[in-house]
Write a protein that binds this ligand. Sequence first.
Ligand code: ADP
Ligand code: ZN
Ligand code: ZN
Length: 733
Amino acid sequence: MPSAPPIAQIALDIPVPRLFDYLATGLTSADIGQRVRVPFGRKQLVGVMMGLCNDSAHAPHKLKPVLEVYRDTPALPAELLRLLTFCSGYYHYPLGATVMAALPTRLRSTQAVQVKLASAWQLTATGLTLDAADLPAHARAQRALFDRMRDGQPHAGTTLAATSGSYRSILKTWVSRGWAVQIDQPASLHTHRAMAADTPPRLTAAQHSALTQIGAAFAHYRAFLLHGITGSGKTEVYLHLVATALARGGQTLLLVPEINLTPQLTGLFRARFPHIEIATLHSGMAEGERLAHWLAAAEGRARIVLGTRLAVFAPLPQLALLIVDEEHDSSFHQQDGLRYAARDVAVVRAQQRGVPVVLGSATPALETWHNAQSGRYTLISLAERAIAGARLPAIRLLDTRSSKPDAGLSATLLSAIGSRLTQAQQSLVFVNRRGYAPALMCFECGWSAACQRCSAKLVLHLRERQLRCHHCGHVERVVHACPACGNLDLKPGGFGTQRIEDTLTQHFPHARILRVDRDSTRRRDSWADMQRAIRNGEADILVGTQLLAKGHDFPKLTLVGVINADSALFSPDFRATERLFAQLMQVGGRAGRAAEAGEVMIQTQFPEHHLYRLLQRHDYAEFAASLLAERAAAGFPPFVHQAVLRAEAGKLETALDFLRQAQAAAPALAAITLFDPTPAAMARKAGVERALLLAQSPTRKALQLFLTDWMVRLYALKASNVRWNLDVDPLEI
Ligand code: ADP
Ligand code: ZN
Ligand code: ZN
């Protein structure tokens, strides 16, 4: 009797928590992990083959066959399928959708895969010997282009286009003169056989000891927390670890929080390892380019993969080391679809794979610090700055009760900025809000402009004469009379970056002031251009949001002023102070990184607050200990584990109703606390009403058992007019 044909279990991007069965005629277990094309209803879909089995709940004659196996792209390795299966289980998100989310968009469609690469250009050795004087005197576009390319690296056309609209014709001339060459490879994948690797600095004793400890753990799982103050040389430790991994023939995955940080880091790695293919993966890449890098990782050609959170799911057949830089950063959390924390997934991946993982930060997440204290992670500290003589900045607290700021800035801060100007040093004023002012208010009756679609105030953008909602994008014209009482004297409330920029312009009319926030960096590459300008000393005073705080090294910057920090001290979000401390440490770390000592001035009404006191002493450990004690006493994470069921609907009652059903359907388990449904902190967003239901437990295991059972019941509930999702280990509630 002929044996029944095997059945292929296929992951499809369909929001139901199961795989789909198809006839696997002609397929073998070697095809597991391959992309396949299957019929689905009246359509055809791309899926991934997860397994083969011999029986199905459906009768064989009802099953449809797999139409095609795409053997031209590498199969997802078993290791990755295991990781994705884990994530689907842990985050309670459908397996098919989880697997498909890990693929680059191009691989999710039935269209043929074409790795079409954008061209790149690079100056030749001759080109590099030129200097600006060799270019025509008034050719600004040529000079800008030259400036951009003089690092000798390949630059993608898309990047160069931002420098000059006429880049193609200029480059054509340069190519004909032998100054530049065109390369048909994505810039960062290109290797530089002729280039000499830069020489690493002599390691400090602390760096050396970190390397020895982590180096001893290669080839088995161990999680390290590399706690190093800003400027302690964590990156140098990463570079050495990567060298070790390379020497052992392994691939390294390095995750960074920001797209903006990848070019900078890629440059460093490229200079150190010019002969190695380096892939970068982040959401800002063009689809074709991203696919090319993904394939380089999947085929094992790229030995170093740098990327943002989504890169944690890159296929890496020879993965030997994982590094998560700035591991505390909230951008490692994906906030929709598969809601995962890339740092936690990286640790699981290291564990499954049996390789070391290094989490680096100056201000670790409290969860991570707790793991290091309890011994689950090995703590390694870099307590001093790496450059001899470089000191941490002195932090001064400016009491705004005794000395009132004038239009946002206190006299002490203004005079400090003034003295930096005379010494040709840079200052940075850190403001956590973009726009002119966070509110437009009537001081007669208390009215303030609010978004109709969100429970939020509208932000005043004076230059554009607009009121904007930063949550839903709603824009309206500035009103001139109070709609409630008719008062014609409406006033801005609070300070945003534009308003501080105005204050600075009034005080320092001759200074070159550069505002850096999401509004001023919207254009592609403008932030990269600004960074270059700052480094070249083309700006005297920087005003900006947290964009400026992260990871950048500006050698002339010696003063950081912080305004508006206090509000986080009284936030209902229990993580607000943890974030504030990290943010202030980070932005303060921008001051005085090289030979010059830096100074940080924080305007506050609460100079005695212990957060500020510990910040002044740069004492993260003490601060973390006090937060952990508070959290333990109050029963907050990391001492409990949480999951939030969120519901959204046109009416708040509908969302709450669904959650009440969910609450009633919950299995009774002793170790679980299930709270009552409540409206979300921001109850309305973009016209949608939002509510939530919090579940927590002292143990992760109990919570997971509960969630698994609960999810089955949730899928069975009637959920008309409601969208719901589950957020495990939520960052915000
Ligand atoms: P972190 O990432 O910990 O903030 P970085 O890795 O950016 O610190 O290092 C800060 C600065 O110190 C950089 O300019 C780096 O080149 C320099 N540096 C790192 N290690 C050494 C070393 N061993 N000797 C001299 N300079 C070093
Ligand atoms: Zn009014
Ligand atoms: Zn809005």
